[in-house]
Design a protein around this ligand. Structure first.
Ligand code: C2O
Ligand code: CU
Ligand code: CU
Length: 536
């Protein structure tokens, strides 16, 4: 019997900060120790890369003055190429893991924090046992061993915690890292590499006067429902990030590693963004956009050529204003009734942040620091992959539908919230089949509030078949719609209020329980997450 199920989820969440986590930790640890299982016996052939990742409390100097207490993945190569791990000195981010497609890897996760945790490999196609489902969370001091082969295309993937109800705080306090896969197709393109291949993890944080991180403190239930929005933008763990570049072409890999914030990214001089890859790797052709909409967990790779810039000049990557991602519907009345105490603005709610949802702000500064002549041209063709077809979906006439909505002040999917191993009859799919799924963010039906939800599906990369907007989506889709990259492989897709998005997905190779959920981490922790089961 699970001792935790009787405690409402939001009561846990209220205690989810590092400073006040003990109650939460104790309660969740009980649940977790009952379900923790040892890692798999190393029965496969010897891996060609073996590493250790140990999330641990530590301190980093982020602001002038006192260092900031964080949780950070510390990495070590136990066997294999030592350059497979690249630490980011001075950052709380975990080491960048670099692998080749086809490599088999073993990862020892050793829990060095005071809460249960587990690692999920975001975007990777791995057996269910290796996917970091919350039911595999390990107690403090315990070890979980992952063994899997990297079968994904070259691309920018990432890893982060996935324990039940604690993903938001653990990611926020620093637990996240990049997982970069390369392959032959990518190598043949001869894209900028080494120091010209720059990972950029974008996150927002709030610090107190003593330089310590604040997570949702005093934000109450409305804070949970909106999600965390910080008042400082950090890149690779650093505020006021400056990227010195030479006058040549770069490959910039952007990850939105924020808990909830959506970015509308554009160059300050009006140069269009040149996108070469999305969540699941290279696009077929480079795509140009005035701006890129990047929701939590999404990645894009940019081609950025600074060869025509003057040495000494600067360029800012900024987030442009947008609106319509939150609407209160009937909730305005309830909230006006004193439930949330302020923060209401017009038709939306802001929670009173310094940088509300949709604000305009700089993300990072590119400083052109030196002249270099290296004429590299952007390949016109990047990759070749096949398009899934609706005709091949076993449910082509009856898309599997998922309503994203709020019920009783909690976000859910089809009116349900996460339960550790529960799967409903409409959440079971057949191995080897292709399906069409429809994510419905029905703002008009929303009795309470509607919000944009970045929906993530584990175990696969999908293709976006169609995106339809109703009148409720007008504003959001006018201010954000031009930045969607629906043509590439995706594992996370932003569904605006009033939109329905249809996906084509294929369930291959592995059976078992996988997750799908909102990657607004506060929504996820609140229970906007479900299992789906792949079976034979
Ligand atoms: Cu990036 Cu289930 O998560
Ligand atoms: Cu994932
Ligand atoms: Cu959500």
């Amino acid at each position: 019997m699970n001792p935790c199920t009787k405690i409402p989820r939001q009561d846990f969440l209220r205690y989810a900060g590092v400073g006040s986590a003990s109650l939460l930790t104790a309660a969740v640890a009980l649940r977790s120790s009952a379900q923790a299982a040892p890692g798999p016996r190393p029965e496969r052939s010897a891996p060609n890369l073996e590493i250790e990742l140990r999330p641990s409390p530590t301190e980093v100097s982020l602001l002038s003055g006192r260092p900031t207490r964080v949780w950070s993945y510390r990495g070590k190569v136990l066997a294999g190429d030592p350059s497979s791990l690249q630490a980011l000195p001075g950052s709380y981010l975990g080491p960048i893991i670099r692998v080749r497609r086809g490599q088999s890897i073993r990862v020892h996760l050793i829990n060095g924090i005071e809460q249960p945790t587990i690692i999920h490999w975001h975007g990777l196609h791995v057996p269910a046992r290796m996917d970091g489902h919350p039911r595999y969370a390990i107690a403090p001091g315990q070890r979980f061993v992952y063994d899997f082969e990297v079968t994904n295309r070259a691309g920018t993937y990432w890893y982060h915690p996935h324990p039940d109800m604690l993903t938001g705080p653990q990611a926020y306090y620093g637990m996240a890292g990049l997982f970069l896969v390369s392959d032959d197709e990518e190598r043949a393109l001869n894209l900028p590499s080494g120091e010209y291949d720059v990972p950029l993890v974008i996150q927002d944080r709030t610090f107190d006067a003593g330089n310590q991180l604040i997570y949702l403190e005093g934000a109450g239930m409305i804070g949970q429902m909106i999600g965390f929005l910080g008042d400082r933008i950090l890149v690779n763990g650093h505020p006021d990030f400056v990227l010195p570049v030479a006058t040549r072409a770069y490959r910039l890999r952007l990850l939105n590693g924020s808990n909830s914030r959506i970015y509308k990214l554009a160059w300050s001089d009006g140069t269009p963004m040149t996108i070469i890859a999305t969540d699941g790797g290279l696009l077929e052709h480079p795509v140009r956009r005035a701006y890129v909409t990047l929701a939590p967990a999404e990645r894009v790779e940019l081609w950025a050529d600074f060869s025509r810039h003057q040495v000494g000049s600067e360029l800012v990557l900024q987030s442009l204003p947008f609106s319509g991602t939150m609407s209160t519907g009937g909730m305005g009345g309830m909230m006006g009734g004193g439930m949330m105490g302020g923060g209401m603005m017009g038709g939306g709610f802001s929670g009173g942040q310094a940088l509300p949802d949709g604000a305009e702000f700089p993300v990072l500064t590119v400083r052109v620091a030196r002249r270099e002549t290296e004429a590299r041209t952007l390949p016109a063709r990047l990759s070749t992959f096949s398009r899934y077809r609706l005709e091949d979906a076993v449910n082509r006439d009856h898309p599997r539908r998922f309503y994203l909505a709020m019920q009783a002040m909690r976000w859910g999917i089809n009116g349900r919230e996460f339960q550790m191993t529960a799967v409903a009859s409409d959440e079971i799919v057949k191995l080897g089949t292709q399906e069409v799924w429809e994510l419905v963010n029905d703002a008009s039906r929303a009795m309470m509030a509607a919000m944009a939800h970045p929906i993530h599906i584990h175990n696969l990369q999908f293709q976006v078949l169609a995106r339809e907007s109703t009148r409720d989506a007008e504003e959001a889709s006018r201010t954000l719609g031009g930045g969607f990259l629906d043509g590439g492989w995706k594992d996370t897709v932003l569904v605006l209020p009033g939109q329905r998005v249809r996906l084509l997905l294929k369930f291959q190779d592995y059976t078992g329980l996988y997750l799908y959920h909102c990657h607004n981490l506060e929504h996820e922790d609140m229970g906007m997450m479900r299992n789906y089961l792949v079976q034979r």
